[in-house]
Design a protein around this ligand. Structure first.
Ligand SMILES: [Zn+2]
Ligand SMILES: [Zn+2]
Length: 128
């Protein structure tokens, strides 16, 4: 490994540590804030590149909620419920829903769909 490889490896380990057990679906900005003290001189763009790399490797999952990329350690296919007041995002696993959604789009012309996730919006118990 070159020095550069080691540097990237360290960055990825810190980012994975930050995301481990973090089910708040942090944005790039939030991940950056969480690791910048441990990784001196890291830039937001580098954090983003590492997050993309880790998602492509299947070690974390990228989700898009209202046009904003978020990252999470839960790599199983799942859906999200978002509170409109406190903006909390909860995981919602439903195999039935995923299978049903994929079944509906199966006959879509000119497209091969292999994944789906649905966002639900409402108000959580704390905010109700
Ligand atoms: Zn709430
Ligand atoms: Zn999630």
């Amino acid at each position: 490994m070159t020095n550069a490889d080691i540097k990237y490896t360290n960055q990825r380990i810190e980012i994975l540590n930050f995301l481990k057990d973090n089910y708040n679906h942090p944005t790039v900005d939030e991940v950056y804030d969480g690791v910048k003290n441990k990784l001196s001189r890291i830039t937001k763009a580098t954090v983003y590149r590492n997050l993309k790399f880790l998602s492509e490797k299947g070690m974390i999952q990228e989700v898009n909620v209202k046009g904003v990329s978020r990252f999470e350690p839960n790599i199983k296919p799942h859906h999200h419920i978002m509170c409109n007041r406190c903006k909390k995002i909860l995981d919602f696993e439903s195999k039935e829903l995923s299978e049903y959604a994929l079944k509906i789009v199966k006959n879509l012309k000119g497209f091969s769909v292999n994944n789906s996730n649905t966002n639900f919006y409402g108000v959580c118990n704390n905010c109700a």
